[in-house]
Each structure stands twice: as C-alpha cells, then as structure tokens.
Design a protein around this ligand. Structure first.
Ligand code: BTN
Length: 327
C-alpha cells in the first residue's frame, strides 16, 4: 500500500523529504503523492510541507492502524496480513471468520475498541477506545489439539517480555495467562480453537491489554491496571503490538520444534507470581489449597498440596492469596 510505504519513509526521515524523491522512490506521479499525504494528514499525522524542501513528519497520533503496525513489524510471518478496525464486536470472532475462510497462518486482527469483547469463562472484556489493545492472531499449527492450550502460555510469555522491555514496573504472570504489572492485571488472553480429534484447523489467540487509560473503573481498580496508570507515561500501541508479535514468533517457532514449553519454562517460572505462594485451585467440583511450584514442560501448574502430595493442575482457575484476591 502506497500510504504505508510513504508513511514509513516519513517516519524514518529526520528532516524533509521532497515530493520528487517520493515520486521517484515509488514510481508514481506528484498527484498520487499529494493525495497520499492528504490522506495521512486526515488520519491525524502532523506533516509540514515547505516549498523547495518537501515534507516533514512533525507528530504521529497513537493509532492501531494497519500502516502503523506494518511499519513497526519485525516478524517474518506474523502480522504480515493485518486487518485493522476502529470498532468491532470481537477481534477473536472476526479472526475465527477469517480462519473459516482459509486465511493464512499469522493473520492479525486489531481494533481500537470492541463492543462485545470476550473474556475467559464466558466473562466479558472491556476495550476502551484508543487506549487499549485488542488483538487476535490466527495460527495454523500442525499439532494435536490437546497441545494447543500451551500456546496461551507462549503468548503470555511474549507479552511479558514486551512489557518488561518498557521498564515501568514489576511484570509477572499469573498462571496460566494473566500478565500483571505491579501485581495487578494489565493483560488477558483468550485462546479459541477449531479442531477435529486429531487435527487442529486453526487457533485464535486473542490478547487484550490496558495501555493508555488514566485509570480503571472503581470496581476493577483493586485488581486491574493499565500501563499508564502505573507509570504516568503513554505508549505507542502499534509498537507494542509489533514487539509482542516479535517475541511470540520466536517462541512459537521453538514451541513447534519441541511441541512443549521447555524453551520458555525457566523464564516463565521466574516471572510466575504464583511461585512458592499459596494457591487455591478451583476445579469444577473441588477446591484445594497448596503451594505453587512452577509449570511443567506441558504448561500444567505444579502444586504441593497441604498434605505434601504434588499435584499437576491442568485447567483449574487458580487464585493466589494477595494477588487481586480470589478472582
Ligand atoms: C481474560 O478473560 O482474561 C481474557 C481476555 C481476552 C480479551 C481479548 S481482547 C482481544 C480478543 N478479542 C476478544 O473478544 N477477547 C480477546
């Protein structure tokens, strides 16, 4: 797309770039460049045009647009096909539709807001406009369906790495897939799958992050936060999406080699907020307590029960004392 390419050049150029250079670079007319610059300005970019000098990008808005994401991407495959929306019901639902249509592995769906955002266990998920990230990645892993849930932990690890790079506080993971900042939830992940008993058709990993909200609603504030609420800073959301995809892609490749989490287990466990802390494991009918001892290669949580016995927890909802209560 010409607009994405021109924007990239403007973002990479310190001073001015002449209209003529842009025409030559992309083999298009002056009118085509002028039209593209007009479109870019309409999106909220501040561009100075000076006669005999050319164009200079003064300021970029924080947009979760296709151009912004593509221009920040450092991946080989993930996000190369991106669908960006101002508003959508749920990026997961849209990504599933793309999955059914046969769209490629690595396709990304992002939206500035969701009107019907979905959380785990039938809960809803709020994605405030222009200050949160709602993203879903369509994957086509050739693995057995029972291994797909591990991909949720791979994504949690990737988000953790991207947030840790920001150096704005203590980042951790609440097993299996909540990412916390200063022990409050900033990110939730919902993985959905279409499969036959012995074959995965596709997996959707949906990630929601609270980024530039000043604060969270009163009822959520004790347990949830945003990057801005913790640091007072605002963050470029497209850049963050690109960093997450970058980390996810490299961990995904090693995951596909081993089909387990052995490559990230150690790091995951280092950031595990549950580690050596009392956990309450709520399964369908039972509720047990013990001390969490980290994850296994296949993503289960090892818990030393009060009686001393070690138990591997698969899909229970774990609550940690002191970590946003027993949510
Ligand atoms: C959770 O309950 O913690 C998981 C929340 C997952 C929210 C994300 S936002 C992007 C994607 N689209 C959805 O509808 N849900 C996920």
């Amino acid at each position: 797309m010409l607009k994405t390419k021109v924007l990239k050049i403007l973002q990479e150029t310190d001073g001015y770039i002449s209209g003529q250079s842009l025409c030559e670079m992309f083999g298009v007319s002056r009118t085509a460049i002028w039209k593209v610059i007009k479109k870019i300005k309409e999106e909220g970019y501040q561009i100075e045009s000076v006669q005999n000098k050319g164009y200079h990008l003064v300021n970029s808005p924080d947009l979760l647009s296709k151009s912004e994401i593509l221009n920040h991407l450092q991946t080989e495959i993930l996000g190369k096909e991106t669908y960006a929306f101002d508003e959508i019901g749920s990026t997961n639902v849209y990504a599933k539709e793309l999955g059914e249509q046969g769209k490629a592995h690595g396709t990304l769906v992002v939206s500035e807001t969701q009107t019907d955002g979905r959380g785990r266990r039938g809960r809803s998920w709020t994605s405030p406009k222009a200050s949160s990230i709602s993203m879903s990645v369509l994957l086509r892993p050739q693995i057995m369906p029972d291994k797909a849930s591990m991909l949720t932990l791979v994504m949690a690890h990737a988000v953790l790495k991207a947030l840790d790079e920001l150096k704005i506080g203590q980042v951790s993971i609440k097993w299996p897939n909540d990412v916390l900042l200063n022990e409050k939830k900033v990110c939730g992940i919902l993985t959905e799958m279409s499969a036959e008993p012995d074959m995965v058709h596709y997996v959707i990993i949906g990630t929601g992050i609270n980024v530039n909200m000043d604060s969270l609603p009163k009822d959520e504030a004790p347990y949830a936060t945003s990057l801005k609420a913790e640091s007072g800073k605002t963050f470029n959301r497209a850049e963050l999406v690109a960093r997450i995809l970058f980390h996810f892609e490299s961990s995904y490749d090693t995951f596909m080699d081993t089909e387990d989490l052995s490559n990230i287990k150690e790091e995951y466990n280092r950031y595990l907020v549950n580690m050596d802390r009392k956990v309450c494991v709520k399964e369908r009918k039972t509720e047990t307590t013990g001390i969490a001892k980290g994850i296994t290669d296949d993503g289960k949580l090892l818990v030393q029960l009060d009686g001393g016995e070690m138990k591997e927890i698969f899909a229970g909802e774990v609550s940690v004392r002191g970590i946003y209560g027993y949510v």
